[in-house]
Design a protein around this ligand. Structure first.
Ligand SMILES: NC(=O)c1ccc[n+]([C@@H]2O[C@H](COP(=O)([O-])OP(=O)(O)OC[C@H]3O[C@@H](n4cnc5c(N)ncnc54)[C@H](OP(=O)(O)O)[C@@H]3O)[C@@H](O)[C@H]2O)c1
Length: 285
């Protein structure tokens, strides 16, 4: 037992949740991982039952409604998990003196900037997913004093649903592919993010932090790096967002300024080097 653990990981079955459990194991911190049947983020009673029982010192919330396009039609579900759930969780954590680590997204920013978004920059979310995430992080800030909010972007891992695994399969199976080249952002290895979250937690950090891999690229550049890293031979052609209309708007520029995080935990490794590590561990695709 330390000042940090035991930890409760919510959303442990998700892409980031799995990486967080690995990072906690590597750091030799004790943790529990209630499934949605034990802790449903849309139910105050369920949250209270788990958090107020007092077994954990820290809650890490990796759960979210993450279907960005689906949220445009399933507005109620997105609000319940991304906005109201984190608020109820923060209230429960506050009344039990539990530290809360909550994960948010680059989508809280509008996407029109030309330089990386600072932590303190004004949010202007577009679309239902982005709006519910912005409401959720604000609610966490307001309801809980002991909060650590970590914004990240373009998550990928050797497992789960993510762009890197999708491109791995498509560049293996197709001769030709078009990928968007007018949206810039930063890929983030879920394992890197999880390790930084544990470092911040151990350093008793609080407030809002940006955590991504280092550097920036377009989806097209990331797709090419996946293909090349796996030795596939698909011809990838750059295209525009307009050629790929989606129900939810996508930010044209969503690079997060990680400088204050780097002051605390050191330089973020470049995305190409983090990607190479993930490609080596890529699960069946
Ligand atoms: N993916 C990205 O590119 C990206 C980018 C920026 C920020 N983020 C943020 O990063 C965090 C993790 O994302 P992710 O991609 O790892 O998500 P994910 O793979 O979609 O996993 C979401 C998790 O949330 C759980 N969950 C959903 N509804 C729940 C509920 N009502 N109660 C309890 N648990 C519930 C899911 O459980 P079941 O599987 O059992 O339903 C799953 O374990 C989220 O906050 C997301 O907004 C993601």
């Amino acid at each position: 037992m330390s000042e940090v653990d035991p930890v409760m990981v919510i959303g442990a079955s998700g892409m980031l949740g799995r990486a967080v459990c690995e990072a906690l194991t590597a750091a030799e911190l004790k943790f529990g991982r209630p499934g949605p049947e034990e802790l449903d983020l849309t139910s105050r009673g369920s949250i209270g039952g788990a958090v107020l029982s007092g077994y954990c010192r820290t809650v890490i919330n990796c759960a979210a409604y993450t279907d960005v396009d689906g949220a445009e039609t399933n507005v109620g579900a997105a609000k319940a998990v991304n906005a109201k759930g984190p608020m109820m969780l923060a209230e429960a954590c506050e009344s039990s003196g539990t530290r809360l680590v909550h994960v948010s997204t680059d989508y809280v920013f509008g996407g029109k900037a030309k330089r990386p978004y600072p932590v303190t920059g004004p949010v202007s979310p577009r679309g239902v997913y982005a709006t519910t995430k912005a409401v959720g992080e604000k609610a966490v800030r307001e309801a809980s004093k002991r909060n650590l909010i970590v914004r990240t972007s373009w998550l990928y891992a050797p497992w789960g649903n993510n762009f890197v695994r999708t491109m791995a399969a498509l560049t293996r199976d197709r001769d030709e592919l078009k990928v968007v080249h007018d949206q810039r952002g930063t890929p983030t290895s879920a394992q890197h993010l999880a390790n930084v979250m544990v470092m911040l937690l151990r350093g008793k950090a609080s407030g809002t932090f940006h955590v991504t891999d280092g550097g920036e690229c377009t989806w097209y550049e990331l797709a090419c790096a996946v293909r090349d890293g796996l030795g596939h031979e698909c011809a990838i052609k750059p295209c525009t967002t307009e050629e790929f209309p989606r129900p939810a708007p996508r930010p044209a520029y969503s690079v997060l300024d990680v400088s204050t995080t780097e002051d605390s935990v050191g330089k973020m490794p470049g995305w190409r080097s983090n990607l190479a590590g993930v490609l080596e561990r890529l699960e069946t695709y």
